[in-house]
Design a protein around this ligand. Structure first.
Ligand SMILES: [Fe+2]
Ligand SMILES: [Fe+2]
Length: 477
């Protein structure tokens, strides 16, 4: 068996030579039925007998890791896949910079490392729970298949984090792994850890926005963890990133197709009148902008408080780096560096210079914002090509915040600090109103004929894995 290929003869497919550690193997085989029960209860609603055209990892080799075929999701081969070890890898930042990367958990950083892994791990099943009803209203078989692909891969990401907990954290790791199957998205008593993962994903526009914006948060968190001095975490998150790319593609292309359909109808009817467009059954651009504002603002909260001593500790101790840490041209210790964060001062937003170590959440948030803006630019090209003067825009980063120094401040999408009265007078223009959500919900209805698409979304340019767009991506049986 080569270092990158995956052993599928095992009950738990893996490339970590699991069978050589019987205790660990038994512990994970003990966790496995609980996972399958969770999938049965909280995985995609009513889908267990469907044959879904899914990709499964067969190797972590970038050239040939995916194999496609129709499978029933409960039979999906969830497993443990790490990128190969890089010989001579070092801790690349913080106070341990230059030491050998750790193959075992350093005792002094154990609690923080466990917390990082649990927080990441909790988001994975949470998103599956958030999306579990969407299959009932999929706009096409193509989209249904993409939803299910995202869902099974989030399930695999949970496996990735659970492996680390079982392998490296002993008894408390096993307890944390069990708790990951016990919390529930949006549950009053046992909610998921992070706010955005307790929000509902009630319709497909929300799903595309979520996979564009919130899975991209996943990308940035994983990139920061891929720099970790704890080598098993770096190796596992590197492989997770290859899966994450498809999730963001689903989001970007999904929103793009919604826009395409809307601008086509705008041109056919020669109107930008919201009532007329809604009567024609498409999603008007101002509503798209409000959904964008919501998902963007909720997602950037996930990066945490702008000033955070935890962020400083995680970095300093070599646990969590910056995005593209090793490509940066500085001392990778940051003891004397500073960074600008925002605060409210006399009714205006003002910059404040703080030690960079304490501002690393903000650094990652700003990198994320840059990355998400580029896709919004591509959406605007669809509108521009149609000859329509409307442009989508990410709101100011202080807009609608619930976390950090800006959480108590009312800020308009353009960055003006506003009064509570002005906020209330405009909030339905800035965030999806109950009426917007009801309208979008009214469009949702399952389309099951191969090659057919709901009226509110354009077909994709290409199918999956070079299959035609009208391929039978899901068989209901
Ligand atoms: Fe994930
Ligand atoms: Fe994802």
């Amino acid at each position: 068996m080569s270092a990158v290929s995956i052993d599928y003869s095992e009950r738990i497919p893996n490339n970590v030579d699991l069978s050589s550690d019987r205790t660990l193997q038994r512990a994970l085989e003990h966790w496995q039925p609980g996972f399958l029960d969770w999938w049965g209860d909280m995985g995609p609603d009513g889908s267990h007998n469907f044959d879904v055209y899914l990709r499964t990892a067969v190797s972590v080799d970038p050239q040939g890791w995916a194999q496609f075929g129709h499978v029933k999701m409960p039979d999906y081969r969830w497993g443990i896949f790490l990128n190969p070890k890089e010989e001579g890898r070092k801790v690349n930042f913080g106070e341990h910079k230059g030491e050998e990367a750790w193959q075992e958990v350093p005792g002094e950083h154990r609690a923080n490392l466990r917390r990082i892994i649990v927080t990441q791990g909790d988001t994975e099943p949470a998103s599956v729970e958030q999306q579990r009803h969407l299959g009932l209203t999929a706009p096409s078989l193509y989209d249904l298949r993409n939803l299910f692909q995202v869902n099974v891969e989030e399930g695999r990401h949970l496996w990735a984090m659970v492996y680390l907990l079982h392998r490296y954290f002993g008894r408390d790791g096993r307890e944390e792994a069990d708790a990951l199957l016990e919390r529930r998205s949006g549950d009053q008593d046992h909610p998921r850890i992070l706010g955005a993962f307790n929000e509902k994903t009630p319709d497909w526009l929300s799903f595309y926005m979520f996979t564009y914006f919130t899975d991209r948060d996943g990308k940035f968190q994983l990139c920061a963890l891929a720099e970790s001095g704890f080598d098993p975490l770096a190796r596992t998150t590197k492989f997770m990133l290859t899966e994450e790319a498809h999730h963001m593609f689903v989001g970007e292309s999904g929103v793009s197709r919604v826009i395409q359909r809307t601008v086509d109808v705008m041109n056919q009817l020669k109107t930008d009148d919201v009532a007329k467009l809604r009567a024609a059954g498409v999603i008007d651009l101002p509503t798209l902008q409000r959904y964008l504002n919501f998902h963007f603002s909720v997602t950037i909260d996930l990066f945490g408080a702008d000033e955070s001593s935890n962020a400083a500790i995680f970095y300093n101790s070599g646990l969590k780096g910056r995005f593209e840490e090793t490509k940066r041209d500085d001392d990778h210790r940051l003891q004397t560096a500073s960074y600008k964060v925002l605060q409210e001062l006399d009714g205006k937003l003002a910059e404040k210079e703080v030690p960079m170590l304490n501002a690393l959440n903000e650094v990652l948030r700003d990198d994320y914002i840059k990355d998400s803006e580029s896709g919004v630019g591509r959406w605007n090209r669809v509108i521009e090509k149609a000859g329509i003067p409307f442009r989508l825009k990410t709101p100011h980063k202080a807009f609608n915040r619930r976390i950090g120094a800006l959480s108590g401040v009312r800020v308009a999408p353009d960055g003006r600090v506003v009064s509570e009265a002005e906020w209330l007078a405009n909030v339905n223009d800035w965030l999806p109103s109950a009426e917007d959500r009801a309208y979008v919900a009214s469009l949702m209805g399952r389309v099951t004929e191969p090659g057919k698409f709901a009226n509110w979304i354009a077909p994709p340019v290409m199918g999956i894995n070079k299959q035609p767009v009208n391929f039978e991506y899901v068989r209901f049986n």
